[in-house]
Design a protein around this ligand. Sequence first.
Ligand code: NDP
Length: 303
Amino acid sequence: MSAVASVKIIDGKATSARVLAEVREQVLALREAGTQPGLAVVLVGSDAASQVYVRNKVLRAEEVGIRSFEHRLPADTTQDELLRLIALLNADRAVNGILVQLPLPAHVDEHQVLQAISPLKDVDGFHSANVGGLAQGRDVLTPCTPSGCMRLLHDTCGDLSGKHAVVVGRSNIVGKPMAALLLQADCTVTVVHSRTRDLQVLCRQADILIAAVGKPRLIDADWLKPGAIVIDVGINRIEVEGRSRLVGDVDFEAALPQVAAITPVPGGVGPMTIACLMKNTLLALDLQQQAVREERIPCPSPC
Ligand code: NDP
């Protein structure tokens, strides 16, 4: 707990910079040994937010020395065309990670597309094999945002064993994998959602509260146990005095005097997501190399 006292506001920018520095160092060593990790990013359509996310992912990859392969496809790309591209990327030895930017256009079956990505290249951790592996506590690729939250928690308070963690939200992207990771870290986990009764009472029991709802400032100081650690995943755009600003799911100003530590929005969880994507690309490479050693997949180069 002593670490917490000096932190209070958990700095996601600083932690993500540390993660990226770790990745850069590992990439350097890999490149010196003759391997350059590669990340393919696939964008279908021209959604403005998705374009920004993809650009940032590609830029960050290049900054840490990961080779990026950008595939921008028109909005009318068919399911079959997309599946054919994924098959090519699965077979491409230079590509270690494949990310399909969501959401996909309505005519494309998102589940089928995500299932087509090789689980060993699934850097978003959305393939059923990885979702199942996480539930079983196996060493698999896990979704980037919850992984980033875990790193922030470990850096803030070290061992999480025995703590009561309450996860608000049960989406496949954040809430559910978050709960699985907390369980793996020996927390006692409660997952709450829109149908939960006595939501505030449950939240007030949390040593660790993860907010992943998408409702601006839903959670105020009354919902928090004094001394709680709060990770606010929510990103909500609101108008304040005619100006647009980003806020989380937690009322940050009201919560601050009450908590031991809290992530701000922006500058908390957000920067961790891309950093963990880079980390996952290296993990994916490692899993592929392991699979080659164990002869589960063919050797990617003459050996
Ligand atoms: P979803 O909309 O998929 O899930 C929201 C969850 O919140 C659902 O489980 C829903 O319950 C629950 N919920 C909704 N209203 C309430 C309520 N009043 N009380 C309790 N629970 C409620 O969102 P995501 O999980 O994808 O994202 C959550 C937030 O995190 C968003 O703001 C999103 O922008 C942000 N985000 C941030 C990322 C980052 O990098 N920082 C990455 C991903 C997301 P039910 O299941 O019953 O409907």
